[in-house]
Design a protein around this ligand. Structure first.
Ligand code: ADP
Ligand code: MG
Length: 479
């Protein structure tokens, strides 16, 4: 049978506030365990939560960026369950009335087409603490530092149809929250994590199949692999006459499989009710307008501008705007280079990205910054060096040997533009290769490449290519 995969993602993005969503405790990652959980985060008797306005601003910013409805009134609810890392016995979340509802995100598919993925809702909630299993033999350690860290849970419609699409959506969302500066996106530290809901159905069937939810995937690779495994598991199960259980599963990256964790709880298991300690969140129109004014240029708009203003192909513009950092790097380079957008794009996407990948470096940690790269591109543009020699200069810059100017001088890489000097080299090469000269003059035009290569070789790659071509053609012309 031909099966269709159906996926919906719930993404938890930790909001980049300095303090927690309902208390003044720090959200900084990596502190000594249990040093950053205050009485409010622990839910000790007598305390009251106070909503962090910064977290609300970030949620609203997100809602506006995905074309969603920002609710003028939303409600915090208690989601009740028992778990050692949840000291209050409930998580403050939003249930019936979330702050953001009904938006969308466009993703690009491999064939170059665009797909619109619906965003059902995004709600504010608090993170729980963390259970630590590793350093405790037969015991579980509890670190409550994370308790109360603000989360935006972003729920997609079941619009995704393959593991690849799911990853493309997740990456787009990841880029967006970083563009918006509402989440640092650090997946190792758990700042951006995903629950994947997966089901399959016979192609053509209009109702969805029963889904399994895979919890807490914290890398793009794991998301893709976990979904792939889960799809195959469900198909095998259904084809052998079984049924898929609605359940929560865990992905084990070492074994590359998903395992049942618990049967799926229904909403009523959580006994949701409005939190009596918190007033409904009411947003004035002026507040929303104020947040709107802080929206940066978003990835799609920036991509469109790159194609329009810089004449870049949609592909190049897409790569260069994939992250805000990359786009900033490119535009700074271009400014420093003083023009030639296409050449700057080639360098940023080519030499620079290659070197970054090799060193597993983020663009913000590049040893060659945009000013330095722009300086190198200026030397190409003004004819000081050829594009080929520039690659050698770039490598030296990467190795920390200084700026382009210094390296060109120290290594004597300046391009030979003295016509007399190039002519002497041409004469020398022609004298050494009389047969090829005769061949060229007899009509073998392709031999021109041979002469260019020979002269470049004796010049150490420094002869100005334009001048060289012109001189060669003149001197080789049949007489
Ligand atoms: P819950 O709150 O119990 O997790 P929701 O109805 O809010 O359930 O759905 C959560 C996620 O599951 C959403 O991203 C939604 O798109 C997705 N989803 C719902 N039904 C299916 C299905 N049959 N197959 C795949 N994903 C689904
Ligand atoms: Mg869920």
């Amino acid at each position: 049978m031909d099966w269709e995969t159906v996926i919906g993602l719930e993404i938890h993005a930790q909001l980049a506030t300095r303090s927690k969503i309902f208390s003044g405790a720090s959200t900084a990652f990596g502190a000594e365990p249990n040093t950053q959980a205050c009485a409010v985060d622990l839910g000790l008797p007598g305390v009251l939560p106070v909503l962090n306005e910064g977290a609300v601003r970030m949620a609203v910013k997100f809602g506006l960026a995905v074309g969603a409805e920002v609710a003028r009134r939303s409600v915090f609810a208690r989601k009740n369950y028992f778990y050692p890392d949840l000291p209050k016995g409930y998580q403050i979340s939003q249930y019936e009335l979330p702050v953001v509802a009904g938006g969308h995100l466009d993703i690009e598919l491999e064939d170059g087409s665009t797909k619109r993925v619906g965003i059902t809702r995004a709600h504010l909630e608090e993170d729980a603490g963390k259970s630590l299993h590793e350093d405790f033999h037969g015991l579980t350690g509890i670190d409550l530092n994370r308790a109360g860290t603000p989360l935006l849970e972003i729920v997609s419609e079941p619009d995704l149809r393959s593991p690849r699409e799911a990853v493309a959506y997740m990456k787009r969302l990841h880029a967006l929250v970083r563009y918006l500066e509402i989440c640092d996106g650090n997946m190792q530290e758990g700042s951006f994590r995903c629950d994947a809901n997966v089901s399959v159905r016979p192609r053509g069937q209009s109702t969805y199949g029963t889904r399994a939810e895979i919890k807490n995937l914290n890398s793009f690779r794991f998301v893709e692999r976990a979904i792939q495994y889960e799809v195959e598991r469900q198909i095998t199960l259904l084809e052998s006459g079984g049924t898929v259980q609605q359940e929560t599963r865990l992905y084990d990256p070492d074994r590359g499989e998903t395992r049942p964790m618990r049967s799926k709880e229904e909403a009523n298991d959580y006994r949701y009710f409005p939190d009596p300690d918190l007033l409904p969140l009411v947003l004035e129109e002026s507040f929303v307008e104020e947040v709107k004014a802080t929206l940066p240029e978003l990835p799609d708009a920036r991509k469109a501008r790159f194609t329009r203003d810089y004449g870049l192909s949609p592909y190049d513009a897409g790569v260069l705007t994939a992250t805000r950092e990359m786009a900033d790097f490119y535009e700074s380079t271009l400014r420093a280079a003083g023009g030639e957008p296409k050449i700057a794009a080639n360098w940023v996407m080519g030499e620079l990205s290659g070197a970054l990948n090799k060193g597993s470096l983020e663009v913000t940690a590049s040893p060659v910054g945009p000013e330095a790269l722009g300086g190198l591109l200026r030397r190409i543009a003004d004819g000081t060096i050829s594009g080929k020699i520039a690659k050698e200069v770039f490598e030296a810059m990467w190795a920390g040997e200084g700026d382009a100017e210094a390296i060109i001088e120290r290594r004597g890489l300046r391009q030979v533009t003295d016509t007399g000097a190039i002519e002497r080299l041409v004469d020398q090469v022609m004298a050494a290769n009389p047969e090829q000269v005769a061949g060229y003059r007899a009509g073998k035009d392709k031999l021109l490449g041979f002469f260019v290569g020979q002269v470049m070789k004796v010049s150490g790659g420094k002869a100005n290519p334009g001048q060289l071509n012109e001189i060669l053609k003149r001197k080789l012309a049949p007489r």
